[in-house]
Write a protein that binds this ligand. Structure first.
Ligand SMILES: [Zn+2]
Length: 254
């Protein structure tokens, strides 16, 4: 299984970098997980979207899904036959928001003519050829699901956005590679309101990897100052395995 980082920015982008977007290849399939602003331009460096088997979206925050709008423009401006439409799996309950977005860009059918839209059910595994992907709900400011992916006997866990929670531990359990958000520089940045958490400190990503017995930790969705070394150091203090900061346009064998 191979993971390619197309974007690692949090909602406020790092200069020259896309927001969340991860290409996962395994079991004979190629799936794009999350599609934030800037991701489609990065994807097109490598693949035409027709080479994708699916797009899967973790939650309806702009930094994880707004480039669905852009992706539609890659296709000719007419309805494609249904069997040629790209499979796009959205989080449960997102249909109205997606319709609002389509209307907001001027056409209620903006997505339907190119995408075969569906919603996952919040817990059941999805299969893409030999790639199995199980959504696990996390704790965030809106409903959000991370994904536990298995193919070719390897396990990749993607946290999406999350506060520390039981779902996060389930996601990460025994992962060969834990792709974890590490959005926060301080806990003060998480307050909205103060009693609700929605993101992780790098140290909490490290603690999760340790509890879960993960083999490697890859930090993402973080502001990059000194190349992210501060985040890597903080996570490595809590996890004995390999810790790296995700590099855009780099592929990682899982
Ligand atoms: Zn979010």
């Amino acid at each position: 299984m191979r993971l390619t980082v197309l974007g690692r920015s949090p909602a406020s982008p790092n200069p020259g970098e896309a927001c969340a977007g991860y290409l996962v290849e395994g079991g004979g399939s190629r799936v794009l997980v999350d599609i934030g602003p800037g991701v489609v331009a990065e994807l097109l460096r490598r693949h035409h979207p027709d080479e994708l088997d699916a797009v899967v979206v973790s939650h309806m925050h702009a930094d994880h899904m707004l480039d669905l709008v852009t992706l539609r423009y890659v296709y000719p401006w007419r309805a494609r036959p249904r069997h040629e439409r790209l499979r796009v799996v959205m989080p449960p309950g997102s249909a109205d928001q997606l319709l609002d977005l389509a209307r907001g860009v001027g056409n209620a059918r903006h997505f339907e003519d190119s995408f075969r839209l569906s919603e996952h059910d919040g817990s059941s595994s999805m299969t893409f050829g030999g790639l199995d992907m199980r959504p696990i709900e996390t704790v965030h400011f809106i409903p959000c699901w991370g994904f536990r992916m298995e193919a070719d006997g390897r396990r990749l866990a993607y946290t999406a956005d999350t506060a520390p929670c039981g779902g996060l531990d389930d996601l990460a359990d025994g992962a060969d590679l834990l792709l974890s958000e590490a959005t926060l520089r301080t806990l003060d940045e998480d307050a909205q309101p103060p009693e609700q958490r929605g993101h992780l400190l790098p140290a909490e990503a490290g603690e999760t990897a340790t509890r879960a017995g993960a083999k490697r930790l890859l930090l993402t969705h973080l502001p990059i100052d000194d190349g992210g070394e501060w985040a890597r150091r903080d996570a490595a203090a809590a996890f004995e395995g390999s810790v790296e900061v995700a590099e855009p346009n780099r592929s990682y064998e899982v």
